[in-house]
Design a binder for this molecule. Structure first.
Ligand code: FES
Ligand SMILES: [Fe+2]
Length: 333
């Protein structure tokens, strides 16, 4: 376990995305959430999320074979179906199956093209961060491939909401090195995080798309942060264009993050999706190098531990919101 035990218990109560729905075919898929190895598989029209461990002799079920209805363990072929129930023991096809052979499962919810789960669910309905316009028929829904980052989810999310780094990190994709000034902006607290509306002249068209410049346009970036690790950015383009990017960082482990990015937009809906994937990958790759290099690797929640400037209002609000959840250290060491 790489997380501080108290922090782990808090994070395990939250819902996190673990895979793109479209990536889960008939074969079982192994993923890791908060250091817990999980297997995902399809059982008819439901998705099962379970510990990636066969209750018979401890072989990972992600090594097994699926048929869309159930998954068969690679070692002795025990078969598991809906709700993780053991439905067949090939060595004794006619004997009753003890309940002890059922898998330990977790709830699965599909939203924004992602599979979300929770390791310590309670009776309450799932709490999954909202995404503006995802269900709006005027918008195109897009799911970028995930990106793996050898860094902490909190550092990655803080980078996503940081508006002062554009002119230094994103100059090959959308930003302008001559435009580093951060105009003042405010944050306001919400029940599960905060929002910030940031207005500046930093455009969001890909560099080199010269036909699309828009001199004098004031770009509005509306950030909505939902602790612990999800933020949405709604960018207001010229001509009432809107692009919403959800940055939802799945804490695989303390120093390992799987970043999912559902998006939706109400313009350019006829352009190839691959262009969106490629552009998104380039932007997030620019960030990745920095997030992986940051020290300390956790996110210091004590405000005295790092230096802050006016531009960091969002970072400060983010850290405060994480403290409000009761989080403290994140890492064991
Ligand atoms: S270890 Fe899985 S069936 Fe025996
Ligand atoms: Fe960035």
């Amino acid at each position: 376990m790489t997380f501080d035990a108290d922090d782990w218990l808090i994070l395990a109560r939250c819902w996190h995305p673990v895979a793109l729905v479209r990536d889960l075919g008939t074969q079982p898929m192994g993923v890791t959430l908060l250091d817990a190895p999980l297997v995902l598989y399809r059982a008819g029209d439901t998705i099962v999320v379970a510990d990636d461990l066969c209750p018979h002799r401890g072989v990972p079920l992600s090594m097994g074979k699926g048929d869309g209805q159930s998954v068969a363990c690679a070692y002795h072929g025990f078969r598991f179906g809906q709700q993780g129930r053991c439905v067949r023991v090939p060595a004794h096809p006619d004997s009753a199956i003890p309940g002890k052979l059922n898998l330990r499962t977790y709830p699965a919810v599909e939203r924004y093209g992602l599979i979300w789960t929770c390791l310590r669910p309670d009776e309450a309905p799932p709490v999954i961060p909202p995404m503006p316009h995802w269900n709006d028929p005027a918008y195109q829904q897009i799911n970028c491939p995930f990106i793996d980052i050898a860094g902490f989810a909190g550092r990655q999310v803080e980078g996503f909401i940081d508006v002062a780094h554009f002119a230094f990190v994103h100059t090959d994709t959308f930003a302008d090195p001559e435009n580093p000034v951060v105009p003042p902006y405010k944050t306001h607290i919400t029940p599960d995080g905060f929002e910030a509306e940031y207005r500046s002249s930093v455009g969001n068209y890909p560099i080199g798309k010269t036909d699309r410049g828009c001199p004098g346009f004031e770009w509005l970036r509306h950030f909505r942060v939902h602790v612990p690790f999800t933020a949405t950015l709604e960018i207001h383009f010229p001509d009432n264009g809107r692009l919403v990017i959800m940055n939802t960082a799945s804490p695989v482990s303390a120093r390992q993050t799987r970043m999912f990015a559902p998006m939706c937009r109400n313009f350019d809906k006829d352009l190839p999706l691959q262009d969106v994937y490629d552009f998104n990958l380039r932007v997030f790759e620019e960030d990745r190098a920095l997030v992986e290099a940051q020290k300390p690797e956790n996110l210091p929640l004590d405000p005295t531990l790092e230096a802050h400037v006016m531009a960091d209002r969002s970072s400060i609000a983010y850290r405060r919101a994480l403290r409000t959840m009761g989080l403290s250290q994140f890492f064991t060491a």
